[in-house]
Design a protein around this ligand. Structure first.
Ligand code: 5GP
Length: 122
């Protein structure tokens, strides 16, 4: 197990209701809410409710129910925020130091509402 989960991270506090959020969808194992500092007209964060640090941690260690719930919630959210059907979106997840992850609770960014530009700086 390469990761240690910090239960004081900001998304853990959001999940415990200690910090408010603008919820889009709240399912059995997943929460989707608006990013506090949007980088695009649509900027949603989709997070599992379980204590997973990164996407690989979630993919390796989450239950089948959690995995399915996460991805189905993401799909529903894409429709709810109007990027599907529509002009599309970019889904990004950052992991660790090189990924420049700020919050150590796995989250997928769903960005849209404008042309997102090149994938990464070269
Ligand atoms: P990361 O760099 O870890 O991939 O992205 C963290 C994201 O969390 C950033 O886009 C940042 O704006 C967002 N964020 C940080 N703190 C909060 C918060 O308290 N509420 C919400 N809704 N988003 C937050």
């Amino acid at each position: 197990m390469p990761y240690t989960y910090d239960p004081q991270n900001i998304f853990a506090r959001i999940l415990r209701g200690e910090i408010p959020n603008r919820t889009i969808l709240d399912s059995a194992h997943t929460l989707a809410f608006h990013d506090i500092n949007p980088a695009a007209p649509v900027h949603v964060l989709v997070i599992p409710k379980g204590p997973y640090v990164t996407y690989d941690d979630f993919s390796a260690n989450a239950s089948a129910e959690e995995l399915v719930d996460f991805h189905r919630t993401l799909a529903k959210v894409c429709e709810m925020v109007g990027v599907v059907p529509g002009q599309g979106y970019r889904a990004i997840t950052n992991a660790g130091e090189h990924g420049m992850q700020e919050v150590p609770h796995f989250h997928m960014h769903v960005l849209g509402g404008k042309l997102m530009g090149p994938l990464v700086q070269r």
